[in-house]
Design a protein. Structure first.
Length: 304
């Protein structure tokens, strides 16, 4: 099994839009592997730079470790040749290490390291967490900076020196000053990924900082729109970006902001209203109401 070298996965992830597929569930909340495989093959047929299996949009937080392994293996099996699959790792350090090791066995091309479970930690502890995961695998690792794991520029610089297979930094905070410091300090040593909920809203200012890619949840149900939006960002087409923000993204965010957790729930609803149902979200998330789903359906008509 030939897997992608860390420097190559960094180059490829930075070359285009990133897809974070939903995880399909049946009505009883069990994993619907057949439907998931079909969707991975569909999404992989578009010009995407990578598929992130069981990521945040894929409800990583609700999956058991065994289910994560099943989801990753299904994605690896169905992704078209040339489309890299990135697997998740997270929770405590010991569990994250096991997940990174299993991602390599499963044939994934990279690892996205989520924040540790629940507890807050100093920068030294977060650095030890990342070093342990990087040592556990030959795959390229991208750290996800958000919530209780916000990495400072000095910490990222230290880790970049200590961990050759640390290849990416995904920002889920939106602190432009911190991103500027990190980008200035490390230059092109890492690939930088926009990772805020509905990352399209931050895509244009981040592009000015050299962040060429971001995680698109909208791509799940409106792939042509998502790709056109990303192309406009890369081209510096401000008019095109702002037009798409006004006609779809910002009204979409208004629905998303109605309840906590809707950043994921609205994507599942988007799948439903476009005729590609992926089942309900798992607790502790809740699905959109009927009225909210109807509003989303009307909104989606504008971009299809």
């Amino acid at each position: 099994m030939k897997q992608t070298a860390p420097d190559e996965i960094a180059r490829r992830l930075g070359s285009g839009l990133l897809s974070f597929p939903v995880t399909h569930f049946r009505d009883d909340l069990s994993f619907d592997e057949d439907a998931y495989r079909e969707n991975i093959a569909r999404l992989g047929g578009y010009a995407v730079a990578g598929l992130f299996a069981a990521g945040g949009t894929g409800e990583f937080f609700s999956l058991t470790p065994d289910e994560v392994g099943r989801v990753v293996r299904a994605a690896v099996a169905e992704a078209p040749d040339g489309v890299p699959v990135v697997a998740p790792a997270g929770y405590g350090t010991a569990q994250a290490v096991r997940m990174a090791e299993d991602a390599e066995r499963a044939g994934a091309d990279g690892v996205l390291l989520f924040p540790p479970y629940l507890t807050e930690a100093p920068q030294e502890g977060l650095a030890a967490h990342v070093r342990a995961v990087c040592r556990a695998t030959r795959l390229g690792v991208t750290v996800y900076s958000r919530a209780n794991a916000v990495y400072q520029d000095a910490t990222i610089a230290e880790l970049a020196d200590a961990c050759p297979n640390l290849v990416g930094f995904k920002d889920g905070v939106g602190d432009l000053e911190l991103m500027t410091r990190i980008r200035s300090r490390l230059g092109d040593r890492l690939v930088y990924v926009g990772g805020l909920p509905t990352a399209e809203t931050f895509a244009l200012p981040y592009r000015e900082m050299g962040v060429t890619t971001y995680s698109s949840a909208i791509f799940n149900f409106a792939p042509e729109f998502a790709l056109a939006f990303h192309a406009a960002v890369l081209a510096g087409d401000r008019e095109g970006v702002h037009r798409r923000l006004a006609e779809f993204v910002l009204p979409y965010c208004e629905i998303r902001n109605r309840r906590k957790g809707y950043a994921v729930s609205i994507v599942k609803a988007g799948m439903r209203v476009t005729g590609r149902p992926a089942g309900p979200v798992r607790p502790p998330l809740t699905d959109l109401t009927g009225d909210e789903t109807a509003r989303l359906a009307e909104l989606v008509k504008r971009v299809r």
